[in-house]
Ligand binder design. Structure first.
Ligand code: SF4
Length: 342
């Protein structure tokens, strides 16, 4: 039994026999308001109780392996080490509206996107809700400032680990924990339709971001093998259902790659697919990875896409690239560290 991963509701089932409800509330407060899971630090619990909890309910710990500040901006790249010595990444970003952390949900990824370093070694395992929570708390402690925004866009497909991700989010948004606003949370998916529909039924006001990357099926299938199961057209239909159910506008991520998906044909297909759907397009110049020969589209193509989409009533923004010098693209830093270890 991992007490750290329990939601408040779970504590009602008395996971620790004989523990008074007010002690359970104290534990939840230490874990999720204070971000502390070392029983020895819980100075409002009797020493005997701390000993018993340490002995009978040990909590495995994530640690920060590397904390790498960018020289170009406020971005910090973070490598976390899990208790089984697996390594995952996070990125801390600083915006006018506050700090935002981008966290991983799996060790590696099974989805096989061609432009992504996280998937090169496949998926090793899912992260637990407790591990993702600890990554959030460790980052906040190190930053010495409240983190207000969260993006699940690091390595891994969050909807391929949906139960742990939901459990993590329920605890993170709890008013007796960090109380992060659902509206400040973005979950990014490559478009797993059944899980998107289930997420719509779950009906929390988070932002769903979908990696679309191309509206041309023949291009998307090459970039994203998942498109053979869930084509772009069907993914956009599921996104419409999500918007209707939750009232939240869906974002579509389009990483533009030179001479792969940045042509006029790509632009027209995108307009045709998205016109009148009320979604927001985030255009990003591809953050290139060493392991692949793909290059970012030129800035002028990003501008052209933005102007042309907007001319057809489709809201579009060009997202700033941050932390390039600290290998901001997901999976890059982990791979370079692993290659040095192996
Ligand atoms: S882009 Fe996301 S879904 Fe695709 S392989 Fe990388 S981590 Fe997985």
């Amino acid at each position: 039994m991992n007490l750290f991963s329990l939601h408040k509701e779970d504590w009602k089932n008395e996971p620790v026999k004989g523990l008074a409800p007010f002690r359970a509330r104290q534990l939840f407060h230490w874990f999720h308001r204070r971000g502390i899971w070392n029983y020895d630090e819980m100075d409002n619990l009797p020493a005997k109780m701390r000993e018993k909890l340490s002995r009978e309910y040990p909590i495995e710990s994530v640690s920060i392996l590397q904390w790498i500040p960018s020289k170009e901006d406020e971005t910090k790249k973070i490598l976390f080490e899990l208790s089984d010595h697996q390594i995952v990444e996070g990125v801390l970003l600083s915006y006018r509206h506050g700090l935002s952390v981008c966290l991983s949900t799996q060790v590696g990824c099974a989805m096989g996107c061609k432009f992504c370093a996280s998937t090169i070694g496949g998926k090793t395992r899912n992260l637990t809700r407790g591990e993702i929570l600890q990554m959030f708390y460790l980052t906040q402690r190190k930053a010495e400032k409240k983190i207000s925004h969260l993006v699940l866009m690091g390595s891994g497909e969050p909807l391929d680990n949906v139960e742990e991700v939901k459990g993590f989010l329920e605890i993170l948004t709890d008013p007796d924990g960090q109380n992060v606003s659902w509206r400040n949370i973005t979950l990014s998916t490559c478009g797993l339709i059944p899980e998107m529909d289930a997420l719509a039924e779950w009906n929390r006001p988070l932002t769903l971001a979908i990696s679309l990357h191309s509206a041309r099926e023949e291009v998307r299938r090459v970039l994203m093998p998942i498109s053979r199961t869930y084509p772009a057209k069907d993914v956009v239909e599921a996104a419409v259902r999500y918007q209707e159910k939750t009232g939240r506008r869906v974002s579509l991520e389009v990483s533009l790659i030179h001479e792969v998906n940045d042509t006029e044909e790509d632009l027209q297909a995108l307009i045709q697919l998205l016109q009148g759907k009320g979604m927001h397009v985030n255009l990003i110049g591809l953050n290139p990875i060493e392991e692949r020969s793909l290059r970012s589209a030129r800035d002028i193509r990003l501008e052209t896409f933005k102007k042309s989409l907007e001319a057809k009533g489709i809201r579009a923004t060009i997202r700033r690239e941050m932390g390039r010098d600290v290998q901001g693209a997901c999976g890059q830093l982990r791979n370079s560290v692993l290659s040095k270890i192996e």
